[in-house]
Design a protein around this ligand. Structure first.
Ligand SMILES: Nc1ncnc2c1ncn2[C@@H]1O[C@H](COP(=O)(O)OP(=O)(O)OP(=O)(O)O)[C@@H](O)[C@H]1O
Ligand SMILES: [Mg+2]
Length: 262
């Protein structure tokens, strides 16, 4: 297994608030990692630092053997780390097809402007194939603003994945999605990403999703990683139970015999 991301002694404060403290994480290629933690624990701050949206106060981040500290997000994306945000970043007044066409044009670095038309037949074929992979082909000509929330999330993640990133970081891919829809949505996302063997780190509040899709958990509490362990181990870790999951979840699961989705 080769290391793709190495984070050393990462710190970040906002005035008196320490949003990241002594974070040390090594990520191997093809890992699927769940980032968990209560509101304000520092999960998004961590993702923001790795993807260049936020500069650490101190510490090191190495991707594929080179430091990415201080690089702008665009450059980090170009190197191979893409991300999605808590709120989908799609062009609301454009069609699903045109959203992806733009994402491909940007990724293929031909520029977006009058001098280089977005559309060409080869690119359109790539867009259509991507639409099928993310199972949103039936929405091809729908305007993004009219999409159901889950479909908009899929479009957003599909757009983040057009470059075939080495690492994809997803900030709460199932937020705002009904319990009934969550597993279907995650199945589509994870199946699509598996095709390219993408290393995935995603932030998630739903422990049933975490248990089903990830093999390793990073648990944050007050800016620190309090547990970095295989999922089954993390779920019974005393710190994780006290500060992240809450005892209620375990009681409910024990009483009902666990998840029907597991
Ligand atoms: N730009 C900012 N300015 C000031 N404080 C910030 C900023 N961004 C984050 N923080 C603070 O840093 C801490 C960690 O925030 P962060 O957004 O990383 O939490 P989170 O784990 O993603 O929470 P949530 O589950 O609510 O998304 C919080 O106390 C937050 O208020
Ligand atoms: Mg967050």
């Amino acid at each position: 297994m080769s290391v793709v991301l190495e984070v050393r002694d990462l710190q970040r404060s906002f005035g008196a608030v320490i949003a990241a403290k002594d974070i040390n994480v090594t990520v191997n290629e093809h890992e699927i990692i769940g980032i968990i933690g209560a509101n304000g624990a520092g999960k998004t701050t961590f993702v923001n630092m790795v993807t260049g949206y936020l500069k650490p106060t101190s510490g090191q981040i190495e991707f594929a053997g080179r430091s990415v500290i201080g690089l702008p997000p665009r450059e980090i994306t170009r190197l191979g780390i893409s991300r999605s945000f808590q709120v989908p970043q799609v062009f609301m007044s454009e069609s699903v097809f045109d959203n992806l066409l733009m994402a491909y044009a940007i990724a293929e670095e031909t520029g977006v402007g009058l001098l280089s038309p977005l559309y060409n037949d080869e690119r359109a074929e790539r867009v259509d194939s991507h639409l099928r992979r993310y199972q949103i082909a039936e929405y091809r000509n729908a305007m993004a603003s009219t999409l159901p929330q889950g479909t908009r999330k899929l479009l957003d993640i599909a757009m983040a994945a057009v470059r075939k990133p080495t690492i994809l970081m997803l900030d709460e891919p199932t937020s705002g999605i009904s319990v009934e829809e969550k597993f279907g949505l995650m199945d589509i996302i994870m199946d699509a990403l598996r095709v390219d063997d993408t290393t995935v780190l995603f932030i998630e509040h739903d422990m049933e999703i975490v248990e089903r899709y990830v093999s390793r958990v990073l648990a944050f509490y007050q800016g620190e990683v309090i547990c970095d362990a295989p999922t089954a181990e993390a779920m019974v870790d005393p710190g994780v139970r006290e500060f992240v999951i809450g005892e209620e979840y375990h009681r409910t699961r024990t009483e009902t015999g666990g998840s029907e989705h597991a």
